[in-house]
Structures are given as structure tokens and as C-alpha cells.
Design a protein around this ligand. Structure first.
Ligand SMILES: [Zn+2]
Length: 337
């Protein structure tokens, strides 16, 4: 049912606008961060411009293994539905360990045999990472080389745009896909998608329709179920022949996540893992519905990771390996027979 290529990412610390009044340990303060000056990132000089090495030895021509870049997005766009699912804050090490331990059976049915692809996040918290992702800068494969991108917006000098890259003459891929006839829909999760204030409305406003309610946020124990219910409802309302671009920001992994681990009194890698098991238990309905509707190209990844005390760090919006290393995968869900 699925074919993959694959790669992944995770999410940010406390960017959930829902006030987490119970979490004294969580340094999630993406909304209260007044220090924009710390961000010296500039896409215009990101490694994307690297004209040097066109060695594609990293390309894996065996689709069954994934981690290649063989899907021609110019053939996908216009004929397939497209889904972008960010598993906010999911760490690569946790995602891959659970895959290997058989604790994420739904994902395992769709991921390549080797599991998640290890990638580097394009930002260390939700806002930065999603700004990059919507601009076509998905998490980068965590290995040297020039890595072609599936989607891009027109960007002079980019060496990661190839013949298989779908390039939009638009400021972001959401607008670009709308221009190709897609109905674009956002199911929000953490605070940067909660539509409760101007910044929480910025990303949702890119889409034709957007949805958020407290039941989608980080404090709801069954947030993923509610988010997928909303996704299935909008899919049901959309004319069958209309192509859909569906974005979902899954909030469950983000702190606080202790409520997924019975008896836990604080967030930990163990509760983070328990949250992923919960999410995995919900994704089957979504993947099945997508496959029933149309052939669907899915990018599922984290936006960034998070720290649980490693080297003294907690949360994200900081530069630590556990924050910048994220899981990523691309899947092709079959159309109905
Ligand atoms: Zn995030």
C-alpha cells in the first residue's frame, strides 16, 4: 500500500499557545522569545547554494529501501493528493528505536525497511522550522552531499533543484500548490497554528481552509484523534476529483507529554516515546482514508527535536544534536484499485 522513500523531522518546545500552566520544567517559550537576534540563518547562503558536488552516489535506486530521491514530483503534482505531516518535536533517536522495537506498527507498514531517514532540521523550533519547510526547505539528509529537494520555490542559484523537483513561482509551496489547482487545508496543533493571535494565524492563513481548537493542542490527551477526525471530515467534504494538499501539525509529542505514560509526573524520553505510540495508533485511519481517496504523496517528519536534560539542556530552540536530528520519510500511498 505504501511505497517509500523516506526521511523525517520533529517539533518545537512550547510553541503551543495553549498555556501549559502545569509544566514548570518545560522551557517551551517560543511565543515569549524576544531574542530574534539569535537567528542568523539566511536561506540565501544556506548550503543549498553549494554548486560544488553533483555526485549522486547517495542516491539509492532501490525504492524498497527508501532514502532515495527517485520520485518525480512534477509527475506527482496535479495527479496525486499531497500530505505534509509534521510530528512536532519528535526525536530521531526515539522514532527509530521504536521502529526497530516494533512499537510503531502503523508507521512500520509504510516506512522503508530501514525505517526513518535521519535528517537535520531546518530550524530548532516550530516557527523557524515550518517557515523553512513551507518555503521548500525540508529537513536535510544527515550526510554529506548535495540533496535534491522534492519541492522548491523559485530561487536563483539553488543546486538542490533538479528535473524532479516541483518548482513554484510563489513565495511558499502552499501558495504554489493552490496555483496548481490544489485545495489547501491546515489542521493545526501547537501554538504557531492555533489562530489565537496574529502569529498563530500566520501559517494557517496560507491555506484555503484552516482548523484549530483546544482539542488539537498539546494539553489534550487525545489530540491526534481529534486532528485526524477533522482531516477526515474535510476530505469528505471535498469533491473527489479536486486534488488536496493537507497539512497536519501533530501536537501530541510536544511537551507536556507525561500524560501518555501512566504514573509519570514529568516529561521524559519515555513519555515522549509513549506519545509516539499513541500517535502511531491513530495514523492508520488517516493513511487508509488518504489511500481510499487518491494516490497520495506523503511527507512525514519532525520539525525539530527536543532535549530532556542531555548536557543540561531541556526543550528546544537551542542547538543540540537531539534538537537538530530529526526523522523523515516520504511515502506513496496507493490509489484505490
Ligand atoms: Zn515544533
Amino acid at each position: 500500500m505504501s511505497r517509500n522513500r523516506a526521511h523525517g523531522a520533529d517539533r518545537d518546545q512550547g510553541d503551543d499557545g495553549a498555556p501549559d500552566l502545569t509544566d514548570s520544567v518545560d522551557h517551551n517559550d517560543d511565543f515569549s522569545d524576544h531574542d530574534d537576534s539569535s537567528d542568523h540563518s539566511d536561506d540565501s547562503n544556506d548550503h543549498d547554494d553549494d554548486p560544488v558536488d553533483h555526485d549522486d552516489s547517495y542516491v539509492d535506486h532501490d525504492n524498497s529501501v527508501g532514502h532515495d530521491n527517485s520520485v518525480d514530483l512534477n509527475a506527482v503534482v496535479g495527479s496525486c493528493d499531497i500530505a505534509l505531516i509534521t510530528l512536532d518535536t519528535l526525536r530521531y533517536d526515539v522514532a527509530q528505536r521504536l521502529f526497530l522495537e516494533g512499537r510503531t506498527p502503523t508507521l512500520a507498514r509504510h516506512l522503508p525497511a530501514c525505517g526513518w531517514e535521519e535528517r537535520h532540521a531546518p530550524g530548532n523550533f516550530t516557527y523557524a522550522a515550518h517557515a523553512a519547510i513551507f518555503a521548500g526547505f525540508f529537513p536535510t539528509p544527515a550526510r554529506p552531499g548535495v540533496h535534491p529537494r522534492p519541492f522548491a520555490v523559485s530561487f536563483a542559484g539553488s543546486s538542490t533543484i533538479t528535473a524532479k523537483t516541483c518548482v513554484f513561482d510563489a513565495p511558499d509551496i502552499v501558495t504554489g500548490l493552490a496555483g496548481r489547482g490544489y485545495h489547501t487545508a491546515c489542521i493545526g496543533g501547537v501554538g504557531f497554528f492555533n489562530k489565537q493571535n496574529p502569529i498563530g494565524s500566520a501559517f494557517p492563513s496560507l491555506f484555503d481552509e484552516s482548523h484549530w481548537e483546544p482539542a488539537f493542542g498539546v494539553t489534550d490527551r487525545d489530540s491526534t484523534r481529534h486532528q485526524i477526525d477533522a482531516a477526515l471530515a474535510l476530505m469528505g467534504r471535498l469533491e473527489a476529483r479536486r486534488r488536496l494538499f493537507l497539512f497536519i501539525n501533530v501536537s501530541a509529542l510536544h511537551q507536556p507529554n507525561r500524560h501518555y505514560l501512566p504514573g509519570a509526573t514529568r516529561d521524559s524520553i519515555a513519555s515522549h516515546a509513549a506519545a509516539l505510540e499513541y500517535v502511531d495508533g491513530q495514523l492508520g485511519r488517516l493513511f487508509d482514508a488518504m489511500g481510499r481517496r487518491a494516490a497520495t504523496f506523503v511527507v512525514i517528519c519532525a520539525d525539530h527535536g527536543t532535549a530532556y536534560g542531555e548536557d543540561g539542556y531541556t526543550g528546544h530552540r537551542l542547538g543540540h544534536e537531539v534538537v537538530w536530528t530529526v526523522p523523515y520519510a516520504e511515502l506513496l500511498l496507493s490509489a484505490p484499485a
